[in-house]
Design a protein around this ligand. Structure first.
Ligand SMILES: *Cc1c(COP(=O)(O)O)cnc(C)c1O
Length: 401
């Protein structure tokens, strides 16, 4: 490690809370699928900030929209209207085939908004008795880091030490439609799920699962709420991962790539029947839907559409996955994914592989001990993917037998 990198890392270590375990690299610049560290070394970014950078680092169109807006007006609060929010919400609703959207900032805030929306709908529309609403979630879920959300996590590092957990959540195994059916009762207001579990290690449910879940939710009047913060906006090879199964949920939770990585922008999107229940005073956020966020969000969506990034993700991802599956090594347990959301699961801890990949010029992150997630920006070129594949195959060949 260079002296520069060591000094940058030491500063963070000394003054920051240690709530992350980053790779020992300090980045200073990015462009498209590439980033550079403090010494000018170049890397392929195969994490994309957990899929916030689907449009690539510093996309010129999104940067231009941000700069123009920065020079005019950044924050009004929702106490006043502004000239940017409406157009963003319209494009967001048209892109998702929904009727209304509620803008927030972080993904966790949008999930909290979804939880509130489902409960409100349960009381006002389904007729559930006060304070009895139940929301079904999946084992292995990741929906963010607020106290309510970690309260229904099955990952011990996430929940242990942060109780008491908020009541009103029921966990079922992911991918098991019968378990979902058994968990539904008269108080069930929503089913909150990831169409592909990202943080759990890119877990793809069995074929037909989402269709069955859709049918159950419709039959028993339960809101189907897809957390597509990571899978959505092109990542899994469609605008929404639910599209891959021909399923339309009642609610989408979006974040991450909704700003292309420039700024925290998230939203809950859904029907008028649900989002229309919020009245003044029932929910809000000082920064949510501010003109800078709206300008950036609109530009980020326009880039996804104009550059057809969902289709690009499907094509490049299918090709890359096929090539990954040709890699033979006794320590490879499984290679899986959809679109440019892929993972290699090993029989051994993945951290050494990730460190070796870093040395070879590719940044990826280990998750759940043995898995490496591979998720480059969707704008990555075919030539860059060829180079990245060579790096991966060399690093995997160098693993202990
Ligand atoms: C990242 C993520 C979140 C949380 O988003 P933050 O912006 O970190 O709060 C929620 N759900 C899923 C599926 C995510 O991947």
């Amino acid at each position: 490690m260079s002296a520069k990198t060591t000094a940058l890392i030491a500063l963070e270590e000394k003054y920051g809370a240690h709530n992350y375990h980053p790779l020992p690299v300090a980045l200073t610049r990015g462009k498209g699928a590439l980033v550079w560290d403090a010494n000018g070394k170049k890397y392929f970014d195969f994490l994309s900030a957990y899929s916030a950078l689907n449009q690539g680092h510093n996309h010129p169109k999104i940067v231009a929209a941000a700069k123009a807006q920065l020079a005019r007006l950044t924050l009004t609060s929702r106490a006043f209207h502004n000239d940017k929010l409406g157009a963003f919400l319209k494009l967001l609703c048209e892109t998702s085939g929904m009727e209304r959207a509620l803008p927030m900032n972080s993904g966790a805030e949008a999930v909290e908004t979804a939880i509130k929306a489902m409960r409100l709908w349960g009381y006002r529309s389904k007729g559930v008795d006060q304070d009895r609403a139940e929301i079904i979630v999946c084992e292995g879920n990741f929906h963010g880091r607020t106290t309510t959300i970690v309260g229904f996590s099955s990952d011990e590092d996430s929940w242990n030490g942060f109780g008491p957990a908020t009541p009103g959540f029921v966990k079922v195994p992911f991918g098991d439609a019968d378990a979902l059916k058994d968990a539904i009762n008269a108080n069930t207001v929503g089913f909150l799920f990831e169409p592909i579990q990202g943080e759990a290690g890119v877990i793809v449910p069995p074929p037909g699962y989402l269709k069955k879940a859709r049918r159950l939710c419709s039959t028993y009047r339960v809101l189907m709420c897809a957390d597509e913060i990571q899978t959505g906006l092109g990542r899994a090879g469609a605008m929404f991962a639910c599209d891959l199964d021909g399923v339309k949920p009642d609610l989408f939770v979006l974040g991450k790539a909704l700003s292309g990585g420039l700024y925290p922008v998230s939203a809950l999107v859904g029907s008028d029947e649900v989002l229309g229940l919020f009245k003044p005073g029932t929910h809000g956020s000082t920064f949510g839907g501010n003109p800078l966020a709206a300008a950036v969000g609109e530009a980020a969506l326009r880039v996804l559409l104009a550059e057809k990034l969902p289709a690009r993700s499907a094509r490049l991802g299918a090709d890359f996955l096929k090539r990954l599956k040709t890699l033979k090594h006794p320590q490879i347990k499984e290679v899986r994914g959809r679109g440019l959301m892929m993972a290699v699961e090993l029989n051994i801890p993945a951290r050494p592989l990730v460190l070796d990949l870093m040395a070879r010029g590719l940044l990826a992150k280990d998750t759940h001990e043995n898995t490496v997630r591979l998720a480059p920006p969707l704008v990555i070129t075919e030539a860059q993917l060829d180079q990245a594949f060579r790096i991966l195959s060399a690093a995997i060949a160098a693993l202990p037998q």
